[in-house]
Design a protein around this ligand. Structure first.
Ligand code: SAM
Length: 246
């Protein structure tokens, strides 16, 4: 499930999910992360640096970006060369990531569902805890475990999902992105209970699930009700947690 991004990297940047990513995803994720100004941020599963660049532009003191795909990181480094923001990129599987610093914040958008099993996911959590300062915050985006596969679809927002009805832990889900050629990225379903248990046994505390919200200017940009279907059946949720202070 990791290497698929080495193949997808070339056209991942062409995926047009701008409306959803800007007005719902980034808006909600950045609000939950809190101010990054003056803080050190580790972006795990950074891809080609979509969020890493936003953290740097928002005034983060240090941004370190890690991804298992050398190709995704190559795209990130190219963007950094073209418009330097001081972002440091590394290739690592999150589950084997060394300590790269004592970060104030660890961000991981769309990572945990690529874990092969719960032990792999727990190792990812443990490595992220090891990179956080005591009391530091972790914010992640995961597929919404309560998504209704018979509910409103997501094609209008730039993607669709092959989601099993009555999904169980470890079941395969396919994220289809209509680029040319189309991308079909495989991930795994995990329940809210499993994510919460793995985060806790991986070393996090104060685990909170938060829904995605719509930016107040979304209606001006995309028209009234454009995101109603998404908000009625969101494909992702935010999970916040902290490294215990003691
Ligand atoms: C959907 S992309 C998200 C990229 C970025 N976080 C964003 O929101 O634009 C998922 C990323 O997770 C990375 N990934 C998957 N499994 C990983 C692992 N075990 N360790 C680190 N990165 C991983 C993939 O290589 C890919 O770049």
């Amino acid at each position: 499930m990791v290497n698929q991004y080495d193949v997808a990297a070339a056209n991942y940047t062409e995926a047009d999910m701008t409306a959803f990513r800007t007005c719902v995803e980034s808006y909600s994720f950045l609000r939950n992360l809190g101010s990054v100004a003056g803080r050190s941020v580790l972006d795990v599963a950074c891809g080609e640096g979509f969020y890493s660049r936003q953290f740097a532009e928002l005034g983060a003191a240090r941004v370190v970006a890690v991804d298992a795909s050398a190709e995704m990181v190559r795209h990130g480094r190219e963007a950094e060369q073209a418009a330097p923001l001081g972002i440091e990129y590394h290739v690592h599987d999150a589950a084997e990531m060394p300590v790269l610093g004592e970060f104030d914040l660890v961000a991981a958008t769309y990572l945990l569902h690529y874990a092969a099993d719960t032990d792999h996911m727990r190792s990812m959590c443990a490595r992220m805890v090891a990179n956080l300062r005591p009391g530091g915050r972790f914010v992640t985006l995961v597929p919404n475990p309560e998504l209704d596969p018979a509910g409103p679809g997501h094609l209008k927002y730039g993607f669709s999902l092959d989601w099993p009805s009555a999904a169980a832990d470890g079941d395969e889900v396919v994220l289809n992105i209509p680029t040319d050629p189309p991308m079909a990225l495989k991930l795994r379903y995990w329940s809210r209970r499993t994510y919460t248990e793995v985060l806790a046994t991986g070393g996090f505390s104060e685990i909170e699930w938060c829904p995605l919200e719509c930016a107040p200017d979304a209606e001006d940009l995309y028209g009234p009700g454009f995101f109603d279907d998404y908000l009625a059946n969101p494909h992702a949720m935010i999970v916040r947690a902290v490294r215990p202070a003691g």
